[in-house]
Design a protein around this ligand. Sequence first.
Ligand code: F0G
Length: 338
Amino acid sequence: MPGIIERYRERLPFAAGDPVVSLQEGSTPLVLAERLSEETGLEVWLKLEGANPTGSFKDRGMTCAVSAAVREGARAVICASTGNTAASAAAYSAKAGLRGAVIVPEGKIATGKLAQALMHGARVVALRGNFDEALKLVREVVSRHPISLVNSVNDYRIEGQKTAAFEIVEALAGELQALCIPVGNAGNITAYWKGFREAGVEPRMLGFQAAGAAPLVHGRPVEHPETIASAIRIGNPARWEEAMDAMTSSGGAVKAVSDAEILAAYRFLAANEGVFCEPASAASVAGLLVHGVGEDVHRVVCVLTGHGLKDPQTALEQAGAVVACDPELGAIERAVLE
Ligand code: F0G
């Protein structure tokens, strides 16, 4: 499959002949979740965005943001990030031959994401502050220097990410009544809603935030957001108004899920559906299980935004222990069969 710009060029702001920086993102699996369907009495599908080249949905937006930056003659890109945007920006700027700088909250990004950003050669800056402070600072930096900002405040990111909605509509022939999605900086829910409306389908948009980082639920910014789901540890989302509009105009809602509920969904998906996502992604399924989807819904899609391998530390803390064994047949049999 080609990347999303080639696949959906007529619905994206790119003309034939424009430079395209792609790692063949998009075209991700949409998997029927049989156990979750049994559990909820609904038909539940999982959109596996962890199957993108850098392991998260950010690649859809990043191919567009970086391609546009190249078209504009940029030499460098920058972003604030809880980790995935950093990994994606680092990979696409490496592919494009641009310099990349990523500002992440010190000590609050998952190990895999940090390894990615460093391996791709980005300048990784650990800010003694949180994501919201990092975003404020990078916005000031780009107002003073000719560096392209690739956070989801950049409209090209939204354009790219809306293609996930196109893929869902195509795969399900437009037949879905609700979408469950984690919300952090609120770019992705904004993008899905744009994509659905362009495709002429209006599922109920159900956004889920971590209880310790739920500004949209409380209706005011959270100064010190906290959650195990570090990807969505955000207290003042940049796309606040648009996200609220998506949820209200689709008859949806924004609700909070606790860290314990997120981790329960995270373990359930891995153990029962064979799908290993990162904790923030599991907020969509936690929301479905805890809050439901309301009346008259037959089919629902939960977006699993990032791969579980991004955050091996949380996985090891949540998983069972390994079984030590001597190299001897009887010992192996006992270890395997007991
Ligand atoms: N899920 C994952 C795995 C994420 O990395 C993010 C955001 C979200 C959900 C929420 O999406 O911000 O568009 O509402 N991660 C950003 C980052 C903030 O820097 O990687 P959103």
